[in-house]
Design a protein around this ligand. Structure first.
Ligand code: LR7
Ligand code: MN
Length: 477
């Protein structure tokens, strides 16, 4: 009896003290003592995040409520569609994977959770096999584990998870996330309002070094650059105006980061799920973003929903086939199917990409026809007018003096500097110009007073000094 009570006491104290001041509680940073830092660095390499810190933090750690005040008091309909949560992983760490699962289970109303589906993309770690299977049996929400027979990449793994799911909505998460209080209801409520809206939470930052939880901003949204890299950009004024300054209203975003979103399951099918021809990692997020917008849906960041994600600086896993090859292939597939003539901008920036075999995209082109999707120019005009890709351009090529066979060349210089003149090499690169330079978003401006000969590169302003007459010129395609 005495022992029993004593054990209980210890447990109880442990629970209480952990919830208030245990490592990482309330999303605080975990600092590793000097003596352990060698070991910490070793462990960091396994997942490219501070595994030692993560392992010290409780699987159900507490987090701050980072929502806007206006979000905390919002009331959502009682009848919301339920969701399956699909989490794909390859060699994920135990603590981050389970913390993701716990945060879903502990911070979602259970009647809205159909199930959690873990899709193991052929991981090689023992603890992700039987140990994981036995562990999830004791959780309060059904957790299903699906195993890919071979390494397939996150796109085909998600497709498998989606096909096995039963919820009215499918919610995808990366395997190193933490959902915060009230994350789910606003996502589901928005889908209930409009089933063709695909919704993302605000993605908060979990530090890869300390696992500190840092609120993301409701003032950034998704875009991309000419290399087809996803990037965050400030929400433009037109979108603030559309929401009449109410920051608790969803932001219409041109693209999504890709890892964290909810979609009506029937709509997911209707709109063509994913491109199963894409391998391992990359491209699927832009592919889906373009497809949703061009084919009549919309993509939003629901600013009342916050989910954390461990952002890493490097990839911990292998890319069978080579990183560059895989990403180029995926990007080519999306450019060929969705970007019409604007794909040329991508190819010009990354000349190597056109050599990559991207397989057969006819099924995806047929999908685009069947869905009667709008052209990419419509997307640029209406959804992403602030894109770096010029919506209208006269021509793309080199500017050559036909007498001397010399070309304008930006000489690798960057901002607001003189352009140079160099022998034409026909390779594009620094000589590939629109009158807006494709690499730097700088425009050819008239020579300054001191130097009457050589034009300079200046921020594109649309003023007369940047207007040029094209005459007697051969403009390459
Ligand atoms: O071969 C693989 N098989 C997998 O199952 C490779 C990865 N994966 C899993 C992996 O374990 C993880 O759970 O897929 C998930 C995503 O992989 P990450 O975490 O290495 O990707 P990321 O967070 O660096 O990349 C972002 O872009 C990807 C492009 O393909 C995906 O869309 C990711 O889901 C996406 N992550 C996010 O959107 C979170 C916010 C990051 C930003 C910006
Ligand atoms: Mn991730």
């Amino acid at each position: 009896m005495f022992v029993c009570i004593c054990v209980l006491c210890v447990c109880l104290t442990a629970v209480i003290s952990r919830n208030q001041e245990g490592p990482g509680e309330m999303g605080k940073a975990v600092l590793i003592p000097k003596d352990d830092q060698e070991k910490m660095k070793e462990l960091f390499k396994i997942n490219q995040f501070n595994l030692m810190a993560s392992d010290l933090i409780a699987l159900n750690r507490s987090l701050p409520d980072v929502r806007l005040e206006g979000c905390k008091t919002k009331v959502y309909p009682d009848e919301l569609p339920n969701t399956s949560v699909v989490i794909v992983f390859h060699n994920e760490a135990w603590s981050t994977l389970l913390r993701t699962v716990y945060s879903v289970i502990n911070r979602s109303p259970h009647y809205l959770l159909s199930e959690v589906i873990l899709v193991d993309d052929a991981s090689e770690r023992d603890f992700l096999k039987l140990t994981l299977e036995n562990y999830v049996k004791n959780l309060e929400v059904p957790v299903k584990i699906i195993r890919m027979e071979e390494r397939s990449g996150l796109i085909r793994a998600r497709l498998r998870g989606a096909a096995a799911s039963k919820g009215q909505v499918i919610t995808f998460l990366d395997a190193h996330c933490e959902c915060t209080l009230g994350w789910l209801e606003p996502l589901l409520a928005r889908i209930k309002e409009d089933r063709k809206t695909v919704v993302c939470p605000i993605i908060d930052v979990i530090s890869d070094d300390t696992f500190e939880y840092m609120a993301g901003s409701d003032m950034t949204y998704g875009g991309f650059n000419w290399k087809l890299n996803f990037r965050w950009y400030p929400v433009p004024q037109r979108e603030m105006d559309r929401r009449k300054g109410d920051r608790t209203l969803p932001v219409r975003t041109p693209t999504m980061a890709g890892g964290l979103f909810s979609i009506d399951r029937n709509y997911f099918e209707e709109i063509g799920t994913y491109d199963a021809g894409m391998d391992i990692w990359g491209g699927e997020n832009l592919e889906m973003s373009f497809r949703i917008w061009q084919c009549g849906g919309s993509l939003e960041i629901v600013t009342c929903s916050h989910v954390g994600h461990v952002f890493r600086k490097a990839t911990p896993y292998t890319f069978p086939g080579g990183t560059g090859h895989v990403i180029n292939k995926n990007n080519r597939r999306l450019a060929e199917v969705w970007m019409d003539e604007f794909k040329d901008f991508f190819y010009i920036i990354s000349p190597g990409v056109v050599k990559v075999d991207y397989g057969d995209v006819s099924v995806r082109k047929t999908l685009r026809e069947n869905l009667k999707c709008k052209p990419f120019s419509w997307y640029l005009e209406n959804i992403y007018p602030d894109s770096q890709i010029p919506r209208r351009y006269y021509s793309l090529g080199e500017i050559r003096n036909v007498e001397t066979n010399q070309c304008l060349d930006n000489m690798g210089r960057k901002e607001n500097e003189k352009v140079g003149i160099f022998n034409c090499h026909g390779m594009g690169g620094n000589q590939r110009l629109t009158l807006r330079h494709v690499n730097s978003n700088q425009c050819l401006d008239e020579p300054s007073e001191e130097d009457k000969m050589v034009p300079t590169m200046q921020d594109c302003s649309g003023t007369r000094s940047q207007q040029w007459l094209l005459r007697n010129m051969t403009l390459g395609a």
